[in-house]
Design a protein around this ligand. Sequence first.
Ligand SMILES: [Zn+2]
Length: 280
Amino acid sequence: MNAVLSRSSDSRWPVPPLLWATGAVHAGAALSLLAAPAYWPWALAAVVLNHAVITATGLWPRSTALGANLVRLPASAAARREVALTIDDGPDPEVTPAVLDLLDAYGARATFFCIAERATRHPGLVREIVRRGHSVQNHSHAHRHNFSLLGPRGFAREIQAAQAVLAELAGEAPRFFRAPAGLRNPFLAPVLHRLGLALASWTRRGYDTRERDPQRVLQRLTRGLAAGDILLLHDGHCARDAQGRPVVLAVLPALLATLRQHQLVPVTLTQSCAARSTTP
Ligand SMILES: [Zn+2]
């Protein structure tokens, strides 16, 4: 089993170096206050700077400094020329069925990071996603705008509620979690570890929730395209092109054709991360 999916929830969470450094900064600041109170502005500045670094890191979706974060498929998947299409913020009754038809037309498999509240409203769509061979993963319960400001309890509530809904509807518990907008703070990683979920972000994204030009979305997704890439598109919250068409529907045929042209195989995250490595 690949390391991405083999983490068990009863093992200890491996504290990342940035958080050890944070502990050291705080301890050092406290000690220096005791030893030399007159230098308090320096101690305060060190703590403020440290918090600024932590906050900036949480606003960087592809960062691995706050804990494990899947930004590319494992090397074994890249060796098989696999890529992962990930489609966020659905299911959407207008867009998702058309996305499924396009994927079928190219024999492609994708991973849908669903918002559980939407899944509850459209349970048939979740079942249809699974029936067509795709994977349903956890994108939180309500996709709250203030998600990255939650603490450990708030994270656990949002993620566990979504996990229960999606496991029930999809018939299989999600193994991956993606934070709304990819934003987070240091409390998220220990919660995910306890729940046995792996954080997944992406290699490249098209910004298709606000970009109205399908050509530019396609360029962002295909510039430097390589085996092992994780690509991000949206079936929910997607922008509309000049003709009022959901951008994802305009982008997908050209994107799938480009993948085929480069002999890249779109598979689900679970498929590519759970498959045994073919390299020693
Ligand atoms: Zn989202």
